[in-house]
Every structure is written in C-alpha cells, then in structure tokens.
Design a protein around this ligand. Structure first.
Ligand SMILES: *Cc1c(COP(=O)(O)O)cnc(C)c1O
Length: 468
C-alpha cells in the first residue's frame, strides 16, 4: 500500500513519498511525517539478524517509499550507495568500555553521517525526476558537513543543479575542499561574503519566492526537514541494535544533536518496534533543547559558534515532529504552539504531562567546549581511540545520563576527527591522516564563486547558471 504523508500543522494536502521528496516545508509551514508508522514484530526484527547493511536498509526503507519507488529499483540504489562506503560493514560498532559503544557513521564519502541520507537522496531524486521528466534546483546553506554530503550525493544526478552557499573564509579547509573540488557542471559553490546566518536567510527567502528561477524549475531542500533524510537514518539504529543483541536485548543511544534529525530517526526506530529504552539528546552550548527538556522552558537564544559547528543551531526544526506526537497528532493545536514558539518573545512551557511523556524516553545534556576537549582526551587515554568533537559530546552525555548500565549504550559517531582540526589540536593530538580516497584532497583544483551577501546577486547567479 502506498504510504501517505501528512503535515504536522494539519492544514496541508496529504502527499505521496515522491511529492514529499520534492516539497520541503508543507504549505501550512509544517513538516511532513508518515501518516502511519510501519510496525515490525519482534519475530520479524529477530529474523533480520544476519542481514547485511544493504539488505536491512531495504526492509526498513521500503514501507516509506512504497507506491513511489518499486522494490527492485530501491534495492539497486541501496546497493550502489552503501557499496561505496569505505568500510565493509558500512556502520561498524566500536567498543569503548564495558557495554559502551560508538557507532561509526563516518565511513561515507565525506566522512560524516550525513552521507547515509544524502547519498540516498541523490539517487531517489534522479529516479523520481527521470520518470516525471522534471528538473530541479537544490539550494542550501552550510557551515560544513551538509554542503559536502549534498554535493557528493547529487553530483551524478542528471536532473539536479546544486547551489551550496557557505560563509567565505569561515569553514575549515578540509570542509571547503570537500565541496569545491568535486567535479561536475551541475555543481556550484558560492562563498558568501558574510556569515552562515546570512547565507541561511538567503536560502529561506529564495524558497519563499521562487520567481527568480528559470522555466518550470523548483527548489528542493536538502536539509533534514526533507523526510527522505530521516528515513534513511533509521536503518543504522536497527543495524547496531541487532548487532548488540536486539530485539531480545534492549538498547540505548546518545545522539550528538543539532537540528534533531538524527535523533528523530532513533525515535522512529522505536515506534517501528525496536526496543530502544533511552535516547539522550546531547547538545553543545547551543542548548535550547536541553533547557527545554530539563526545565520546561523553551527560549531561543542567539547562536554561539563552537568547535562543534555541525551542532551550532539556535532552533531545532525537527523537534516539531516529536511535538506533533506529544500533542497526539493534533495539527491545529501544534500550529498554535509553533506560532508561540516561533514568536521568540516569551518563554514557552508545555503541559507538564506532555513533557513527562517525552521524558519517559528522552534525556538531555549540554557539553561546553572545555568538557568536549577533556572527553576526547579521556577516551583516548582509556582506549587509544580518537573521537571527533561532536561524538565526544555524545559520549560525555551518555556517561552522565545513562539509566541502566546493563543496557548497551551506543553513542552515534557522527563524524571523523580529521574534519575538525581545531578541536583535535586543542586536545593536543596530531591530525590523523585523511582516508585513502581523500588523500590528494589538498592538491585538487577548487571551483568556487565569491559573491556579496546580497539576495538579488545570488539569485541572478543561480538563474544564470542553471542547466546550461
Ligand atoms: C549534522 C551533524 C550533527 C547534528 O545532527 P542533527 O540531525 O542536525 O541533529 C551532529 N554531528 C555532526 C558531525 C553533524 O554533521
């Protein structure tokens, strides 16, 4: 049966998977979620124990795309994507203490977990667009990881032109080169003479009014408001849990969190039948979610730039998807709540009963820069294993919030340390070597256009460079 998707604010049309893939925000301002969550029995999950990552991915993803992508085509995409990863297990589990693990999600082409979803997104887009005889433009702003993963994921797409904005001079050299050295006429890097927020604002404004695009083109979002990203991330929760004894044995996760996309995938895995006992929201000093979960006070504060840039957010968009469930999927009630939360004037609190429901599964913890560095040092001293700073935040939160030491605690290893030179050096370590496929990264030619932080100039550049 074809899966249908509904908006969290209850006032937008129901869509199929392929329309959701191409849509971004719902017309009522909400986010799309599956109308019914696929459920698997314990027996069914147990029968998947011996499957490879790719085989398991097909089981988990297919119910979400049914009706839009046929089973064989999905299998082909999955095989292609995950055979390109730099580790045979795709998402291997590394033990760092008794009953404590890191799930290594950095073996994809750009060395961060975002490859799991954006590699799939590129294939799915091309498949759907080919059939519809349509072409689209991807526009996104990045402070690092999303941009390179999106470019790698869509570089081979015939029907996609991609424009990624980054703040000029404000991303690390490895991260910049991972974007600017990718070859392809459909890839356009724009360095904005401004900061990330200005780049992000220009992307938002462009989605709001797309008249600047040529022909019948539409913009497609590659940030985690796109459901296809969340869906692809559910798989590694199943994979790691099965490897550690689920479904007979429960598991717990600690997730370095920014926009709440990755951890929402863990929440989905639980709803689908995986015995997830605890999910820890690990944040850096941009701790809006930790303050909310621990004090029931939602208050947006100005963005702080940290040594964990991929978690630097003022507002976590995907949190709305969880709130939707906490409000028993009442779109009208959620629309009211979101209006209050987005007004940013007052501190917003929920009904204690709603928060209590969330706290049955979720804990939260915030980690500052000094403690991040100390945790990198601590784990290295205990095991000889070098964590990236985002993962270190996850490990710290796991150790602080763990409820039951008998349940395996798995921290999501969201990136490879080689991407975050500043943190590695501050912790006093030598930089690890770049993996083989990136060994010549520093010698490759770069392609990038530097533009002022002016919306009309950026839009004119995009219009001019689309599908030549
Ligand atoms: C994107 C990212 C995160 C945050 O993930 P969300 O889905 O936005 O919560 C954490 N760590 C790294 C390395 C990332 O790239």
């Amino acid at each position: 049966m074809a899966m249908k998707y509904i908006s969290t604010r209850g006032n937008a049309p129901e869509l199929t998977f392929e329309d959701v893939l191409l849509t971004g925000l719902a017309s009522d301002g909400g986010l799309y979620v599956p109308k019914e969550v696929p459920q698997f029995t314990k027996e069914e999950i147990a029968s998947w124990r011996d499957l490879s990552y790719a085989e398991l991915a097909h089981k988990v993803i297919y119910p979400f795309v049914e009706g839009s992508v046929d089973s064989d085509s999905l299998k082909k995409m999955i095989d292609e994507v995950y055979s390109g990863f730099g580790h045979k297990a795709v998402a291997p589990v590394q033990q760092i203490d008794h009953n404590e693990y890191v799930l290594e999600l950095f073996h994809g082409p750009t060395l961060a977990f975002k490859d799991f979803a954006l590699q799939m997104l590129g294939r799915l887009l091309d498949y759907v667009l080919e059939r519809r005889h349509e072409k689209v433009v991807i526009m996104g702003a990045t402070s690092g990881d999303t941009g390179s993963a999106a470019i790698e994921g869509t570089k081979a797409c015939k029907n996609v032109d991609i424009f990624i904005l980054h703040p000029h001079g404000k991303v690390s050299e490895v991260q910049r080169r991972q974007m600017t050295t990718v070859e392809g006429d459909n890839i356009h890097n724009i360095a904005i003479e401004g900061n990330f927020d200005q780049a992000q604002d220009m992307v938002k404004a462009s989605f709001g009014d797309q008249a600047f695009l040529r022909g019948e083109r539409k913009l497609v979002a590659v940030n985690s408001i796109n459901w296809a990203r969340i869906m692809s991330q559910i798989v590694y929760y199943f994979y790691s849990a099965l490897n550690l004894g689920a479904p007979e044995r429960p598991v717990a996760y600690s997730v370095p969190t920014g926009n709440f996309g990755d951890i929402f995938a863990g929440y989905m895995a639980k709803k689908m039948g995986l015995p997830v006992e605890q999910l820890i929201i690990a944040t850096n000093s941009n701790d809006v979610l930790h303050r909310f979960m621990s004090q029931n006070q939602y208050e947006v504060r100005p963005l702080k730039h940290t040594i964990t840039p991929s978690m630097d957010i003022a507002v976590s968009s995907n949190f709305e998807r969880l709130l939707f469930d906490l409000y028993d999927r009442d779109g009208a009630a959620l629309a009211d709540l979101m209006a209050k939360m987005n007004a940013k004037e007052d501190i917003v609190s929920l009904d204690e009963s709603k928060l209590a429901k969330a706290r049955e599964l979720f804990d939260s913890y915030a980690v500052n820069e000094d403690v991040t560095i100390e945790t990198m040092q601590e784990v290295y001293n205990e095991t000889g294993y070098l964590l990236d700073p985002h993962t270190a935040i996850g490990v710290k939160a796991a150790r602080a919030c763990r409820r039951n030491p008998r349940i395996p605690m798995i921290t999501l290893g969201t990136a490879h340390p080689v991407k975050f030179e500043e943190a590695v050096q501050r912790a006093g370590f030598d930089m690890p070597a770049l993996p083989h496929h990136l060994a010549d990264l520093m010698d490759r030619d770069e392609r990038v256009s530097v533009l002022p932080a002016e919306l009309d100039k950026v839009q004119a550049f995009i219009a001019e460079n689309t599908f030549k």
